[in-house]
Design a binder for this molecule. Structure first.
Ligand code: ZN
Length: 259
């Protein structure tokens, strides 16, 4: 796991797998951890790595309910986990889904864990909406971000001009229309995120490198171009993301989400 200080109040932790990013946000004496690394050793060292940099989470947040984004509970079992309303609906509609998919992925990777993932006591957050962070008037803006899946929330931390967008705007993953997602919803999310990216200095994607504003705007354009190609039946992957794995994702996108 790699730790990178993006701002004095933002620490980004990148997992060894899928370049999965977690981000700790700090303001007014409070700290929120968004998303999570994957491996048990990364989760075990997470509280220590954060504390060393002065980040002590009071709450967790997940951008969406995919198992690879809700694992912080394994590191901080007693902290509340906040999710957007759409994610809450997904968790209620498919109880145990994240746990089952985590077990399957762990089995594929021969990963063993000491304890099961508990997702009890999840709290629903207003989206679109704002939540306070700390006692100095700082806020996290929550923006709807569906399309990758049926649920999704992007978090804009205005005090640091950092956008945590979930599984969008990645330099390593093409737009992935996963179960419950759709091309039109994905497009709407990109269109909705564009003005937020304009206000951001940095964008932390669910997977991949932290982007500057211009880098993220470039990815946003490339992703819209990819969706056009996908709907037109062409196999044009975005530049720099044409890999064997991304071709598999593209094939699934085309098979399941293009009429
Ligand atoms: Zn993901």
């Amino acid at each position: 796991m790699r730790a990178m200080a993006l701002h004095e109040d933002v620490l980004v932790l990148t997992s060894r797998i899928w370049q999965t990013n977690a981000a700790a946000l700090r303001a007014g004496g409070e700290c929120m951890l968004a998303d999570s690394p994957y491996f048990p050793d990364e989760l075990e060292m997470l509280p220590g790595v954060l504390a060393q940099a002065g980040f002590r989470p009071d709450a967790l947040l997940a951008t969406h309910a995919d198992y690879d984004h809700v694992l912080a509970r394994l590191a901080f079992p007693d902290l509340p986990l906040g999710v957007g309303e759409t994610t809450m609906e997904r968790i209620r509609a498919q109880p145990g889904e994240a746990q089952r998919e985590l077990r399957e992925e762990d089995a594929r990777n021969y990963v063993a864990r000491d304890r099961p993932l508990g997702l009890g006591g999840v709290r629903s957050l207003p989206v679109p909406g704002k939540v306070e962070l700390g006692n100095a008037g700082d806020e996290l803006e929550l923006h709807p971000a569906e399309g990758h899946t049926a649920d999704g929330t992007a978090v804009f931390f205005a005090a640091a001009a950092v956008l945590i967008c979930g599984d969008y705007l990645s330099d390593v993953e093409i737009p992935w229309i996963s179960t419950g997602g759709s091309v039109p919803a994905y497009r709407r999310t990109l269109e909705r995120l564009a003005p937020v990216v304009e206000r951001a200095e940095s964008v932390v994607p669910g997977h991949g490198s932290v982007q500057t504003r211009d880098g993220a705007l470039g990815l946003l354009e490339a992703d819209l171009t990819y969706l056009d190609a996908l709907e037109a039946g062409r196999d044009d992957l975005p530049p720099g993301r044409d890999t064997v794995r991304q071709r598999e994702i593209h094939r699934d996108n085309a098979a399941e989400h293009v009429p």
